[in-house]
Ligand binder design. Structure first.
Ligand code: FAD
Length: 328
């Protein structure tokens, strides 16, 4: 429950990897911090979009899955037990005369001195299949996230899509599924050369250039009607599961009303990660500046910069040690 009478030092909007680390870091710097996340769980894109995919460019890990990285971040975050509001979307940030902010959320208001915006690509939803199907087929036959590989074990699975993620998912599924198909509307895949090579040398059956133009349920399986592009040729493919990877639609429109200076759909920040609003900072995928690289590692670096700068603004009289070895 949100307590409208509690004045937090820092509210982190968005509980993706960058927001989680920022909240931890703010806790370590002894700030009274809360984290507000619109989804039912923390972890952002890493936990929701690719939990079982391995990430190779987070410092200190040769390779780590999205799920494991999220679990590690959650364990670290728990050290300072920040107030965590899940399934709560921030709708507006309202500047007050005393320099604080009231945040309007889907579950009431909350009061804070400083704000760290870490909303990533905004609220994201998968781009869905453009064919009619029964809603209950979702999560039964049709999946837009591959959360657990176990659910595809010994199944016949079709992956729809031709980008990096679709190829990666097909290659991961090949290890557990009975048979994997990949359906793409073009002959060429848009993946990394090494991934496309791995695909071509795998047991995955490639269906190109085909588009799914109909779905029916047949004996507890899903029959896909495949239309060959630029022709009238049709094929049918019967599978246990269909994993659709047509990308995601992210919605940052809400930010337009927050009084922030935006650059396309991202929040412009300076070298200290400060936005144009006093005591409002942006970090992670949502923040942009010259040379910005949208990576977890960049966001992890931006968090301490923003927290340090914000705490200096909020408490100029306090000098805090910077090294965790001196704090903990
Ligand atoms: C398939 C795929 C593979 C990737 N692979 C890599 C990789 O190998 N290495 C790498 O470094 N990066 C990778 N990335 C990018 C990486 O996931 C992002 O850079 C990272 O997730 C950004 O973290 P973030 O915390 O800024 O944002 P996000 O992870 O997007 O988290 C933002 C959170 O904010 C929440 N939110 C949004 N709006 C609101 C609101 N109004 N109120 C409350 N909460 C809100 C969202 O629900 C979300 O949980 C990959 C991305 C994808 C999609």
């Amino acid at each position: 429950m949100l307590d409208p009478n509690h004045l937090f030092d820092i509210t982190v909007i968005g509980g993706g990897p960058v927001g989680m680390f920022a909240a931890y870091y703010a806790g370590m710097r002894k700030a009274d911090v809360q984290i507000i996340e619109s989804l039912p769980e923390l972890g952002g894109q890493v936990a929701t979009l690719y939990p079982e995919k391995e990430i190779f460019d987070v410092a200190g890990f040769k390779g780590i899955t999205g799920a494991q990285l999220t679990a590690n971040l959650a364990e670290q975050l728990a050290v300072f037990e920040p107030t965590t509001q899940l399934e709560t979307s921030v709708k507006a940030i309202l500047p007050q005369e005393d320099g604080t902010y009231i945040l309007e959320t889907s579950k009431g208001t909350t009061h804070t001195r400083g704000v760290l915006i870490a909303v990533g690509n905004g609220a994201f939803t998968p781009r869905k299949l453009a064919v009619d199907y029964q809603p209950e087929w979702e999560n039964n036959y049709i999946h837009y996230f591959a959360k657990e590989m176990a659910q595809f074990k010994d199944q016949t699975v079709a992956v729809a899509g031709g980008g990096d993620s679709a190829i990666d998912w097909a290659l991961m599924l090949e290890k557990v599924a009975k048979q994997v198909y990949i359906i793409h509307r073009r002959d060429q895949f848009r993946g990394l050369e090494s991934s496309v090579d791995a695909l071509m040398n795998s047991s995955i059956q490639i269906k190109t250039p085909f588009l799914i133009d109909g779905l029916t349920e047949v004996d507890h399986q899903l029959a896909l009607s495949l239309n060959k592009m630029k022709s009238t040729d049709q094929e049918q493919l019967v599978v246990d599961k269909l994993l659709v990877n047509y990308g995601f639609i992210s919605d940052t429109r809400i930010l337009r009303d927050w009084g922030l200076t935006l650059n396309h759909h991202q929040v412009s920040v300076n070298q200290q990660m400060a936005t144009n609003l006093p005591n409002v900072y942006a970090i992670g995928d949502i923040a942009t500046y010259p040379g910005k690289v949208k990576l977890i590692a960049s966001g992890f670096g931006e968090a301490p910069v923003a927290v340090t700068e914000l705490l200096t603004k909020l408490y100029p009289e306090k000098r805090q040690p910077l090294h965790s070895t001196s704090i903990m």
